[in-house]
Design a protein around this ligand. Structure first.
Ligand SMILES: C[S@@+](CC[C@H](N)C(=O)[O-])C[C@H]1O[C@@H](n2cnc3c(N)ncnc32)[C@H](O)[C@@H]1O
Length: 374
């Protein structure tokens, strides 16, 4: 796989984050190329902001970095790191990178949106833009043809303004929207629901995993969280809204609990949920990170994990594998990793490669809960 994107006599070297040996996946897609080609002949004002939403690994941020005051908005720590690395590798100037809950710069001339996987995030972002954008701002979105449904276009019409689509090129399509300020409405509140059997009230920002209800995997894992007086340090890896880490903190009040996610909205939800559901948050910490990068070796007694099986729009098990390897490194001797997975994912085989002992501690028609001991 060649890491060079060449368009209009210009070449960028672009890699994903984290960089993997023998990477088979490109750091850009046909929708990025379509957006770049479409904007190529545009006269852009050097001093007026360009906003880029949901860039994957920085193709758009790098391409436009020298063409205006670029601000990239992403909910992903991994995307942030990829953008920083790719800007450096291509000797491009720094741009502003913010998360989806930060204030956007005013009076942008151009907004480029990569269609996110999650329609709740898209709706939230369109409503945010409707408040902010001047009527002369050009708004172009892009995505895979198979992901752009009439229901997607209705969201653009409902929250931002009149919307048209382009022809498909290499299975990608552009979406053009004319800003209609009369559609601006109060921003929606995060969704909140309860888990009565565990006495939890959980609130979720738009991009949080399973934000409309408790994930069935997460629900099953809740019943297998141990309580042991010897636990000093517990990690909820890939914490989402924090439901697992919060339950672990209740069952083990003596332990420090650290929740980790690569989504800024997940981390924000987890912090709010800890405030709502725990009497004491002194021993509860939330971090935005890629897996357990920068965690000290042999520093935890228990890692709990409901691993992801996709990155942006790509289905992959490499993140789960990195989480298992990181947990193995970060656990103390006799430390435990407890995970939940779909039966067919065969996480048992993976864990057996790196842990001394792997036991099945729960199962139902769909899931297994495994405990791997170091
Ligand atoms: C299946 S969800 C589990 C969420 C929550 N623990 C639950 O049980 O409902 C997996 C979580 O892992 C997070 N994640 C994905 N890649 C990650 C990475 N590289 N580092 C840290 N977290 C990641 C996702 O944002 C998501 O919140």
């Amino acid at each position: 796989m060649k890491p060079e994107l060449t368009l209009h006599q210009r070449t960028l070297t672009l890699t994903r984050f984290p960089v993997r040996k023998n990477e088979t996946l490109q750091a850009w897609d046909a929708a990025d190329e379509y957006l770049i080609n479409h904007c190529h002949s545009m006269a852009l004002e050097p001093q007026r902001p360009i906003l880029i939403l949901n860039d994957n690994f920085g193709a758009l941020s790098c391409w436009f970095a020298e063409q205006g005051q670029v601000t990239t908005v992403t909910d992903s720590f991994i995307t942030q790191q990829a953008i920083i690395n790719n800007l450096n590798d291509n000797n491009l100037p720094a741009i502003t990178i913010i998360d989806c809950l930060a204030d956007l710069p005013t009076n942008p001339q151009l907004v480029l949106i990569k269609q996110p996987k999650n329609n709740r995030l898209l709706s939230w972002q369109l409503q945010q833009l409707c408040h902010l954008l001047p009527a002369d701002c050009v708004v172009i979105s892009a995505g895979k043809v198979k992901d752009i449904h009439s229901s997607t276009l209705k969201l653009f019409e409902k929250y931002l303004g009149e919307t048209k689509t382009s022809l498909a090129v290499k299975k990608a399509r552009l979406i053009f929207t004319t800003v209609d300020k009369s559609l601006a409405a109060p921003m929606p509140q995060p969704t909140t629901w309860t888990v009565p059997e565990h006495d939890l009230t959980i609130t979720n920002y738009a991009n949080v995993f399973s934000s409309d209800s408790l994930d069935i995997g997460g629900r099953f894992l809740l019943d297998f969280i141990p309580s042991k007086p010897q636990y000093q340090d517990i990690i909820d890896l890939g914490c989402g809204n924090g439901v697992i880490g919060i339950k672990a903190a209740r069952l083990n009040p003596q332990a420090n609990v650290t929740c980790v996610d690569e989504s800024f909205m997940a981390a924000a939800s987890c912090r709010e949920n800890a405030q709502i559901n725990l009497n004491n948050i002194d021993k509860f910490d939330v971090m935005v990170a890629n897996c357990l990068d920068n965690f000290t070796n042999q520093s935890a007694d228990l890692v709990l994990c409901n691993p992801p099986f996709h990155q942006n729009n790509t289905i992959t098990d490499h993140i789960a594998w990195q989480m298992f390897c990181d947990a193995q490194r970060v656990l103390r001797q006799n430390g435990e990793l407890i995970i939940i997975g779909n039966r067919q994912l065969k996480y048992h085989e993976k864990l057996n490669r790196i842990f001394t002992k792997v036991d099945t501690i729960g199962n139902n028609d769909k899931f297994v809960v495994l405990k791997a001991t170091k």
